[in-house]
Design a protein around this ligand. Structure first.
Ligand code: ADP
Length: 448
């Protein structure tokens, strides 16, 4: 097992990884920008290295500095968390070239899944159902028009290099297509320096359901059930739950089996998530994330498995000590993303937290790097904390969530808490009766 791990991230996820390391008796190294000198992840770590100025490109994305930090501190492995360099295959290779273990999948699988067109083609060959759409990248506008006509409107234009919902445009009618193509290409070019796009059937009322997997270096591939992340705004998740209120045990078993058998054929290693849209009883692959996800704690709550510990063990070439039959889903869990932003306009709200109180009690977990007096910097994403509640059933989970949301205090900045306080009292949410466009429609109807 490793003796020292460098955590190449910040915020709540850096703390999350630190906690797993400490439980395993592993020393931690934090890296930070000058803007994060007094951040909680720096305070908790055994050692810390300042790797550059505030902008992420010069600090958390600064590969030479991160490698130097490994060399100076003697860290044997790097955990990238999510975001930043977590899905950068080249970074994984560079880390390995320096004799340091990258805690994550093999570079070739990171690269494959990072190209959404190649990923879709690869998983289709491995027996995973995909959304009907173009065979690969679309060429001219005329080609796009004939593909769209064959699939049937509405269609969705998506960026091959996509992520975070960017470079995605809907065309409801043939006359919308040229503008949708131009804007999707322009957005993709700006965000990813790659303007290739593909076309998919636009699903009107699907749920977003994703399957968590763990695969070790001995060929064992397990799934830990699914998460339902249908409550989204601008294709960004805000509320995630497990298990999905929409799946029965047979559907869970079937999709879990489809995913694990495909990934075992691929020779996948580490933790990963296969994302689907689910409509009328059918699953349609949209993408695979080759990293830890923000919403992993809901799966931890219902399975009792520490996913970060498993990632570290797998990277140290230890076998997963569980069988599929050992994974038992107990109760329900819900996560709310507490973002530092206006709850209805979603404008970022950086600033100083003048008062902070974390909720507690049975079945309540609060993952956050906030403290009273902490200044949320304007440079990074707005996720400030995650409230995760667990109950023996969904009803108990919702009771606990209402109580915990009323207990949290985050003063001095705006957060998404007031939105969740409303959602947790909405009939459709209480009934688990929602789809990926539900929240946008709700916000529009409530004047947001
Ligand atoms: P990204 O990599 O940008 O996150 P995804 O492919 O994961 O993109 O899609 C993000 C979200 O966009 C999905 O969760 C869903 O809400 C929406 N979406 C993606 N594909 C479709 C589709 N074919 N029809 C309707 N909505 C879609």
């Amino acid at each position: 097992m490793f003796e020292k791990i460098l955590i190449a991230n910040r915020g709540e996820i850096a703390l999350r990884i630190h906690r797993a390391c400490k439980e395993m008796g592993i020393a931690t190294v934090a890296i930070h920008s000058t803007a994060d000198a007094d951040a909680m992840h720096v305070r908790l770590a055994d050692e810390s290295v300042c790797i550059g100025p505030a902008p992420a490109a010069q600090s958390y994305l600064n590969v030479p500095q991160i490698i130097a930090a490994c060399e100076i501190t003697g860290a044997e492995a790097v955990h990238p968390g999510y975001g930043f360099l977590s899905e950068n295959a080249r970074f994984a290779e560079i880390v390995a070239d320096h004799g340091v273990t990258f805690i994550g999948p093999r570079p070739e699988h990171i690269r494959l899944m990072g190209d959404k067109i190649a990923a879709k083609q690869a998983v289709a060959q491995l027996g995973i159902p995909t959304v009907p759409g173009s065979e690969g990248a679309v060429g001219s506008d005329d080609d796009a028009a004939s593909i769209a006509a064959a699939i049937g409107y509405p269609v969705l234009i998506k960026a091959a290099a996509g992520g975070g919902g960017r470079g995605m445009k809907v065309a409801r009618r043939p006359e919308d297509l040229p503008l949708a193509l131009t804007t999707a290409r322009a957005e993709a070019k700006t965000a990813f320096a790659d303007d290739s796009v593909y076309i998919e059937k636009y699903l009107e009322r699907p749920r977003h359901i994703e399957v968590q997997v763990l695969a070790d270096s001995f060929g064992k591939v397990l799934h830990l059930g699914e998460r339902d992340c249908s409550l989204q705004r601008r294709n960004q998740k805000l509320w995630e739950e497990a298990p999905s209120p929409a799946l029965n045990a047979a559907q869970r078993e079937e999709i879990g089996h489809t995913v694990t058998s495909a990934l075992s054929k691929l020779g996948y290693l580490g933790a990963g998530t296969v994302e689907f849209l689910f409509e009328d009883g059918q699953f349609y692959f949209i993408e695979m994330n080759t990293r830890l996800q923000v919403e992993h704690p809901v799966t931890e709550a219902i399975t009792g498995i520490d996913i970060v510990r498993e990632q570290i063990r797998i990277a140290a070439a230890s076998p997963i000590e569980l069988e599929q039959s050992d994974i038992v889903i107990a109760g329900n869990a819900i996560e709310c993303r507490i973002n530092a932003e206006n709850p209805f306009s979603f404008q970022p709200s950086p600033g100083t937290i003048t008062q902070f109180h974390a909720p507690g009690g049975l079945g309540v977990r609060f993952d956050s790097a906030m403290y009273t007096g902490y200044r949320v910097p304007p440079y990074y994403d707005s996720l400030a904390g995650k409230l995760i509640v667990h109950g023996r059933n969904r009803n108990e989970c919702l009771m606990r969530l209402r109580r915990a949301l009323d207990e949290i205090v985050v003063a001095g900045i705006e957060t998404t808490i007031p939105l969740f306080q409303k959602l947790v009292r909405e009939t459709d949410v209480l009934n688990g009766d929602y789809h990926i466009h539900w929240l946008e429609q709700y916000l529009a109807a409530h004047g947001a």
